[in-house]
Every structure is written in C-alpha cells, then in structure tokens.
Design a protein around this ligand. Structure first.
Ligand code: DUC
Ligand code: ZN
Ligand code: ZN
Length: 424
C-alpha cells in the first residue's frame, strides 16, 4: 500500500523545505523534491504545510473525574483528536477498582479502549491506590511494559487521586532507579482547602470562585516543592499543565540551575481568560472550570515567552471531555464541579492561530512543542514526532489559508460544547 504526498512544504522542529513524501505500508520510505512512482493514493498538498502528526502528551479519555469516582467521555470520541491533527495521544491510566497499575494498564489497553481508538495511543501511569512496597515494585514493570512516565496528583485531598509528600518521595526514589520520568499535578492542597473553604463559608459558591480560590502562590509552592524533592531523589520530572507566571518562573530558575525538570502548558492557558467563569449562566461558566484555573492576560503572554525560551517545553491538551450533566453536579457549590476542559481537537489550531499567526512562536517551535518533544518524553521518538525516512507515516496536511470560527459542530469535542466557541 503506497501513499504519495506531493508538492507540500514539510515542517519539522528544525527544518522547513519543499518535498514529496512516499509512505509504504505506514512508514515513510522516501522524501525527495520530486517523486514519480505509482501509488494507491496521491494527495496534492500544494500551498499546504506537511507537519508530523501531533503527539498529545496529556489526554484523559474515559478517565476518573476529579471527584475520584466518575469517568468522562470515552475512547469512542478519540476521533476528535485525529480531526485536530493529533495522531498519537498519551493518555492517563488510573487504577481500576481493585486492580493494581499493571492490571489497570492491561484493562485500559485491551478492554476500555479496544477497537475504539482513532489515533495511536501511549500511556502515562497514574497511581490512585497506593499499597506500599507492592505498588512501588510495579514501577520497573511499567517501564519494561513501555510506560516510562507516571503522574501523581499533589492536590485533590482527600480523594484517591491525592498523594502526600511521604508517598511522593517514595515514588521518586523508585522511579529514579529505573529512569522513569515523574509527572506532577502541582497545587498545594492545604492552600486550596484554606482558600476554598473560606470562600464557601462566606456563601460564595458560583463557578467564578473556582479561579479565585486556586491562586498562583498555591501552584508555585507545589511546583517548587515537587522540584526540590525530585532533585533530592535525582528523578527526572515533568510539571504538567503550568498555568501562571509564578509557577513558570520556578521551573525556569530550576532549569537554569540544572534540575532535571521540564514544564508542560496547555492551549487553554495560552488562549483563554479566567473571566469566562464570571458568566452568570452556570451552564456557560462551569465549562471553563479546570485546574489549575484559567489565568490573566499577563500570564498568557509569559507562557508564550516561556515556550520560546524552552522554559516550558511541551503543549498538551489536558483533554477532559466532561459532559454538562456532570458539570451540573457543582451547581450551587463550585467545589463539586468536575475539573477539566475538552481540547484534544483544538491544540494545533490554537497554537497556529494564536501563536504562529500572531508572531509569538515559529512554525518549527509549534512542531517541537506539539509533536517532537512530547514524543521524546514518552520514548516514541523518532517513530513519532518527526518526518524522516523510516518513521511512521503520521502526517498532518495543514491549510494555512483556512479561516473559520470555532463552533462545537466545526470543532467537535465529544461533548456538547467547545471551550473555544467563538474563537477565530
Ligand atoms: N488535572 C488534570 O491533569 N486533568 C484534569 C483535571 C486535573 O486536575
Ligand atoms: Zn492535573
Ligand atoms: Zn490532565
């Protein structure tokens, strides 16, 4: 089976050049200025950019919600990622009830997602059921099984997601022994309790109090602590979904001093404003409730700058497609709104329109943060994340002239809304 892509402009994280690409049996077999061979499919990419398929470092399909009990939209909606230019998702695998992490991995691959995936999938482990040594002994087995990353939640006390500092240190110690990269959700849980309870006791329960009670100082403190501990245990660390200046500055300083830490941010922190949650209509306001919360204009400006300086290295979607009926559980108390926004299909468009077209990042930087570095972090580079001879034929043919306004129909999410609705 041969597919020939002709006349496009190839963009990688380091290069840009006009060439044709031949794919044979799903692998790139030739890249040259003019390829003239018989192919089963010929695609004319004149006037288009040909990018590596996106690798989304951060998606939650059919995942445990932040209440630690319910799950969000399933793998039958992963086609929205593919439609938005992501050919590989790296999804999170929490413990299934009564199962350890290895059994949960098997279950996610062979039962939950079986026959439903549109893109390819790699996995980050998530421990939500700590059973001491028995759990730590799973870390080398996960790495052996091709899972070189694990996420721990340093927030969400007292749900099963939450890991205290003692457990976190034990995980880091074992992960460092086998080269696993630890990932953390960094918000200080006691700061959150203090701020949220104070507001709730004052009768302030609308969705907008979500962002008012998850302040940057709580995020920055947890980022700093998580790095200190990872340094002490000599474990590589990835801080996921960095949302604000204070947290990004901590990462920047740590990297300058040589800490083995990288940071990920997300399109919604680069594009959307927290005041969306001021909407008096609960249905509208609750859809933007994610954690850490959306921030301010100056945070967005700083996050773009961070990408350019490699102070932050990856842009993952943090896709959590939470249907409105689940968001409604928090009507009357913002603390009960499940946290998370859909976005698996919007990552490339957001980075292009609000990054490349506004002159904030180059096309090469876009490829780096949306495909190349996520592939490297997850041990799937160069098979994924670039365009080269012998790599997987996962390509995006991107039309830079296209113009449109986001609706949930044009840019589906697997749920009833798109958080970028109305955006260019
Ligand atoms: N953290 C995530 O990574 N995703 C959804 C909610 C959260 O807190
Ligand atoms: Zn998180
Ligand atoms: Zn997430």
């Amino acid at each position: 089976m041969k597919t020939l892509v002709k006349n496009g402009t190839i963009v990688t994280s380091t290069n840009e050049f006009a060439a044709d690409i031949l794919i044979e049996d799903e692998k790139i077999s030739m890249i040259a200025s003019h390829i003239d061979v018989e192919a089963d499919t010929v695609i004319d990419a004149a006037g288009k950019y040909v990018l590596p398929g996106g690798v989304d470092n951060h998606s939650h399909f059919e995942a445990l919600n932040t209440d630690g009990v319910t799950t969000n939209a399933g793998y039958d909606t992963t086609w929205v990622a593919l439609k938005g230019g992501t050919t590989t998702i790296v999804d999170f695998c929490t413990n299934e009830p009564g199962m350890d992490m290895m059994e949960s991995l098997e279950y996610r691959l062979n039962v939950r997602s079986k026959g439903k995936l549109a893109p390819d999938m790699a996995i980050h482990a998530v421990c939500t059921d700590f059973r001491g040594e028995e759990t730590l002994d799973e870390i080398p087995k996960l790495v052996e099984a091709g899972v070189p990353t694990m996420k721990l939640f340093l927030a969400y006390k007292p749900t099963p997601l939450y890991m205290d500092d003692y457990k976190y240190l034990r995980f880091l110690e074992r992960a460092s022994q086998v080269g696993m990269t630890m990932m953390v959700h960094a918000e200080n849980p006691d700061v959150l309790d203090y701020e949220r309870n104070k507001m709730a006791e004052a009768g302030c329960l609308d969705p907008k109090y979500h962002y008012m009670t998850r302040p940057p100082y709580g995020e920055a403190e947890a980022v700093a602590r998580s790095i200190k501990f990872a340094d002490a245990m000599d474990c590589p660390l990835c801080i996921v979904h960095v949302s604000c200046i204070e947290a990004a500055e901590v990462i920047q300083e740590a990297r300058a001093k040589g800490s083995l830490v990288i940071g990920e941010t997300c399109p919604h922190y680069l594009v959307l404003d927290k005041h969306k949650m001021d909407d008096p209509d609960f249905d509208q306001a609750a859809r933007w409730v994610c954690s850490p919360p959306l921030r301010d204009e100056e945070d967005r400006e700083y996050l773009w700058k961070c990408l350019n300086h490699d102070w932050l290295s990856i842009v993952g979607s943090d896709n959590s497609s939470i249907p409105l009926y689940q968001k409604h559980w928090g009507e009357g108390d913002f603390r009960k709104i499940p946290n998370g926004c859909p976005g698996a299909g919007d990552r490339l468009n957001a980075l292009w329109t609000y990054g490349v077209e506004k002159g904030k990042i180059t096309r090469q930087k876009l490829v780096d943060v949306y495909a190349t570095l996520p592939a490297k972090l997850n041990g799937i580079f160069p098979q994924k994340g670039t365009i080269d001879i012998g790599t997987d034929g996962d390509l995006v043919i991107f039309d830079p002239e296209y113009r449109g306004t986001v609706t949930v129909e044009s840019n589906p999410t697997g749920v009833e809304y798109n958080v970028y609705e109305g955006c260019e």
